[in-house]
Design a protein around this ligand. Structure first.
Ligand code: SAH
Ligand code: TYD
Ligand code: ZN
Length: 416
């Protein structure tokens, strides 16, 4: 059986249900997306094979090959969640919402998986509510502790969850943002949640939504850390196989479109009508079909060809092109499209841990965003397109000076 590029369709085993995974998109040899390199490190990069498939049985969309978690999440993991003012606000609002609902009883206990620099738990801490963040990446965990957040520097898994249950008692809420999709071993996560959560507790997690990724051709959401691309249908199936039920879904505008899923123990809550409504919408959009995913793969290759053609034309015309936002997502774009320092001179970014280093695989220099306005580039390729409003608002001088933004979501276009 061949895929949309006419290649034999490789198969794998589903990490959610054990069914057969059919590959639909091949993105080639890729580096670790968050490994920004010093010059000597460019000779010892870790590469893996990035390809995506969908399970025939439970529809879960997932990577065909797994990167060991210690390669990605370690002392120097450079992603700081508080780097965006809009995301800070999103997580203050999220914390207040949890504190006003699921964590509103006497002496509630809130656990977060992947608390990063404390962007969400900080507000829980300030409210004086018992909490614990799991965060295996050393420096970001340290930043959370500096914000007063109580952090356990381990991966969340069944064994560590059981230890917390024994020492701290049951949790009212287990929350995670942009983390559950990072964990191939979902068995261990769900068993850990089962062990830790009280009888009426909820497991709430939000991650990039497959429906939005297909609608926007945002293939840069596919990289080593994003092992799963969830949909309401695949999450409902996952929940059911661990004695949980998907009781609510909420679409979120952050990071290009996400869904917040709420799981409760089976039979404890009546599922909101919007669960069935979102699954019906997915059925109409054929989100879970191989035919739709094959069409997406064709769209992805078209965006790659268009973006390369534009950058090559600008190079011939002698224009200066830079990029903005050294995102993990951009590793997929630059490596899949073959965009190196010959096409994009440098990437501007606010993260000190990325500045002065080179982008993974393609070795484009990363510079402090403070230098962007003095650069007088003709074009800026917006890798952090999910933060477009925030970035364009603070970099208005760029367009006033005649600069133009290049975007590739939902298709390649220039905003002058
Ligand atoms: N919640 C934050 C951070 C997302 S980045 C936000 O939404 O912005 C994902 C984080 O999860 C990283 O900080 C990483 O170190 C952490 N992580 C990865 N695997 C984990 C696991 N098994 N348990 C707990 N945290 C994990
Ligand atoms: P983000 O898109 O949040 O995530 P990922 O790395 O998972 O794709 O990353 C945003 C990057 O853009 C991060 O390195 C910080 C940077 N950034 C800026 O340089 N300026 C800004 O105004 C914002 C909001 C982000
Ligand atoms: Zn499956």
């Amino acid at each position: 059986m061949t895929d949309s590029a006419g290649q034999a369709r490789p198969q794998g085993t589903c990490r959610a249900c054990g069914g057969t995974v059919m590959q639909f998109l091949e993105l080639g040899r890729q580096p670790l997306s968050d490994r920004f390199l010093s010059q000597p490190e460019i000779h010892q990069e870790y590469f893996f094979h990035l390809a995506v498939g969908a399970c025939e049985r439970c529809t879960m969309v997932q990577l065909m090959h797994e990167v060991p978690r210690e390669q990605m999440f370690h002392e120097d993991y450079p992603y700081y969640s508080s780097g965006s003012a809009a995301m800070q606000k999103h997580f203050v609002d999220t914390a207040r919402h949890l504190l006003g609902t699921e964590a509103a009883g006497p002496d509630p206990f809130v656990v977060e998986i992947g608390c990063n620099d404390g962007v969400m738990l900080r507000t829980v801490h300030e409210a004086g509510v018992r909490h614990l963040g799991f965060e295996p990446s050393g420096k970001v965990a340290k930043a959370a502790r500096a914000n007063g957040v109580r952090v356990r520097g381990d991966f969340f898994e069944e064994s560590t969850a059981r230890e917390v249950r024994a020492s701290d008692g049951p949790a009212d809420v287990v929350f995670a943002a942009n983390t559950i999709c990072h964990i191939p071993d979902l068995d261990s996560v769900l068993q850990g949640v089962d062990a830790l959560l009280g009888p009426d507790g909820v497991f709430v997690f939000e991650d990039p939504y497959l429906g939005d990724i297909l609608a926007k051709t945002s293939f840069d959401q596919i990289y080593d850390e994003h092992f799963f691309l969830f949909s309401a249908r695949s999450v409902r199936a996952l929940a059911a196989s661990f004695g949980f039920e998907l009781v609510d879904v909420e679409r979120l505008p952050v990071h290009g479109g996400e869904v917040r899923y709420t799981l409760a123990r089976e039979g404890t809550r009546r599922p909101a009508d919007r669960v069935a409504a979102l699954i019906a919408e997915e059925d109409v959009g054929e989100v879970a079909t191989l035919a739709r995913l094959d069409r997406f793969a064709g769209d992805v290759r078209r965006v790659r060809d268009d973006l390369r053609a534009l950058l090559e034309r600008l190079k011939v015309e002698g224009r200066r092109v830079v990029a903005y936002g050294a995102t993990a997502k951009s590793a997929t774009v630059t490596n899949f499209c073959g965009i190196g320092p010959d096409l994009v001179s440098c990437v501007y970014d606010t993260t000190p841990a990325k500045q002065g280093r080179l982008t993974p695989g393609t070795h484009i220099p990363v510079r402090s965003a403070d230098g962007f306005s003095a650069d007088s580039a003709d074009y800026a390729l917006l890798f952090a397109w999910n933060h477009a409003d925030e970035i364009m608002a603070k970099e208005q001088a760029f367009r006033q000076a005649g600069g133009a933004w290049i975007l590739y979501v939902p298709q390649v276009h220039v905003r002058g």
